[in-house]
Design a binder for this molecule. Structure first.
Ligand SMILES: [Zn+2]
Length: 282
């Protein structure tokens, strides 16, 4: 099983995680820039974090044969902090980098006017830099937040086929499925989606434009839940080709729109025995 995790915060994970992910078939990841738990107090902290996402973290991933790409943005939560507003001026510098395959995570946390401004400004950057956009949907008031996000995406004029609306569930999937946007699902141990619930959604809505991620971060989460979802799909009667479509070809197509997704040597034919075929790096 070859796996591309389209949303995982590796900065908060250990080398044990990288090792287990590689063994489970994970060959590529996208790490979206996001809140780090502790509020940042100056734009310089963001610059150092963004540099780590395109420098140090790809190096760490490479040691386990995993390709690492990033998305860059001022996240919705910290868009509310006036000390962080200048980050919006810092973002374009990173959108020129080869390792950056989308603008994100953007969207809403509490749906404030400052979040509106940062969201719209960064969708405009995605259009200007011809990059896909990763939209985080809020954990509170999710249905209203998802609808409002879709409205802002529409107003921005960005091609919906270059936007993923992430952290969806059984309720919000209905709002997004006919919009032309990609549908992102975060599989978590306790909250959000579980592998069986995800399989049920794939059965109901098909595998097209569906992205499955672990969204693993510093909280209770599990970067192997992409693999667990692939196994749950197989157990439910999906073909190996369906599994490969959801866990590999879909994220490759979505982020490939950036024109920067270099997966040479990483996308060899799937090994359905469950082992990664090729382990590059040091
Ligand atoms: Zn995230």
């Amino acid at each position: 099983m070859r796996i591309f995790d389209p949303h995982v915060h590796m900065t908060s994970r250990t080398t044990d995680d990288y090792e287990a992910m590689a063994a489970a078939g994970v060959r590529a990841v996208v790490e979206p820039s996001f809140w780090l738990g502790q509020p940042r107090t100056s734009p310089g902290s963001f610059a150092d974090y963004f540099d780590a996402l395109i420098g140090w973290e790809p190096f760490r991933a490479g040691q386990f044969g995993i390709r690492h790409f990033a998305t860059i943005a001022l996240n919705p939560k910290e868009a509310n902090d006036p000390r962080c507003r200048e980050v919006l001026e810092l973002v374009p510098r990173y959108l020129d980098k080869d390792a950056v395959v989308a603008v994100g995570e953007i969207g809403y946390d509490s749906m404030t006017p400052l979040e509106d401004l940062a969201f719209a400004a960064q969708l405009a950057l995605a259009v200007e830099y011809d990059l896909p956009a990763l939209v985080h949907t809020p954990h509170r008031d999710k249905q209203r937040g998802t609808q409002r996000s879709l409205d802002v995406v529409k107003e921005s004029g960005i091609d919906p086929g270059r936007v993923v609306i992430d952290h969806l569930n059984e309720v919000t999937v209905e709002l997004v499925r006919d919009t032309g946007c990609w549908l992102g699902f975060s599989i978590y141990p306790d909250t959000k989606m579980s592998p069986p619930r995800m399989v049920e959604l794939l059965r109901r809505h098909g595998t097209e434009r569906m992205l499955v991620n672990s969204a693993a971060d510093w909280g209770r989460s599990d970067p192997l839940l992409t693999r667990a979802t692939g196994e749950a799909m197989r157990a439910a009667g999906f073909s190996d080709d369906d599994v490969d479509g959801v866990l590999w070809r879909n994220p490759v197509e979505f982020y490939g729109a950036s024109g920067r997704l270099d997966l040479s040597d990483a996308d060899a034919p799937a090994d359905f025995a469950g082992n990664s075929i090729k382990r590059g790096g040091a």
